[in-house]
Ligand binder design. Structure first.
Ligand code: SAM
Length: 225
């Protein structure tokens, strides 16, 4: 799976992709991440890509053409690699008003696509005409407004990457595929804190896996997610 990220701020990805599981997935070539900066396609000498919104209002809007050219560059790079038949590609346009991203979306994307182009906006967003130039889907990572599409791109990459075999140490350990509880415990069995002893729930020490699964399921049901 290759993630092609269209962003004005590629440096925002360095620390997250440079740590832990995603770092290893990149090193092991389970996933690849490529960046395309609309600024590289700006036609003025200051590489400016934002302008005032038509209709007035605060903030700036990212111009359509630099973003479209960045997407086209990603498409050309995919076409150049796809010698062995047509690559399966999806283009995502991040927007707080888009379709809600969830684990089901991540699982299906991991199965269906070899390349995902993630278009991250900033400021007031990207000129909507970009959506007329390409077949793309508006996707939201949650019912809140962020300052940019870089965190949504990282969320989506992380969630899709864990659905790709070989990314997690043990593929079957994905908690989406087993009975997992929102509350987890590890050693020691009792933790002393401000005069109190905080103990691990007894059932987890019982060795009875049916009881443990039942307890974990019950924990899940008491939560919103
Ligand atoms: N005016 C835009 C609107 O109402 O749709 C929001 C612009 S937002 C401040 C800037 C950028 O952050 C968006 O273009 C999008 O890329 C990203 N963004 C913000 N919140 C998001 C969310 N919940 N899900 C996905 N992307 C989001």
């Amino acid at each position: 799976m290759t993630f092609h990220i269209v962003t004005l701020f590629p440096g925002a990805f360095d620390s997250y992709l440079g740590e832990s599981i995603l770092k290893r997935a990149i090193e092991d070539k389970k996933i690849r991440v490529k960046f395309y900066n609309p600024r590289d396609f700006a036609d003025d000498k200051w590489q400016r890509v934002d302008q005032k919104p038509y209709g007035g209002g605060p903030g700036m809007v990212i111009q359509a053409l630099p973003v479209a050219k960045a997407i086209e560059k990603a498409q050309r790079s995919i076409a150049a690699k796809g010698k062995r038949g047509k690559s399966r590609t999806k283009i995502i346009f991040f927007s707080p008003a888009g379709k809600q991203f969830d684990t089901a979306y991540a699982k299906s994307a991991a199965k269906k696509y070899d390349h995902i182009i993630l278009v991250s906006g900033r400021y007031e967003g990207i000129d909507a005409r970009v959506k007329k130039m390409f077949k793309m889907e508006d996707v939201s990572v949650g019912p809140y407004v962020l300052t940019g599409g870089e965190l949504p791109a990282m969320i989506m990459m992380d969630s899709i990457a864990r659905q790709i075999e070989g990314v997690l140490g043990n593929f079957d350990s994905r908690e989406e595929e087993r009975v997992a509880s929102p509350d987890v415990y590890t050693r020691p069995e009792a933790v002393s804190w401000k005069g109190k002893k905080l103990r691990v729930p007894k059932v987890l020490l019982s060795g009875n896996h049916a009881d443990i699964d039942a307890w974990r399921n019950a924990q899940k049901k008491t939560r919103i997610v």
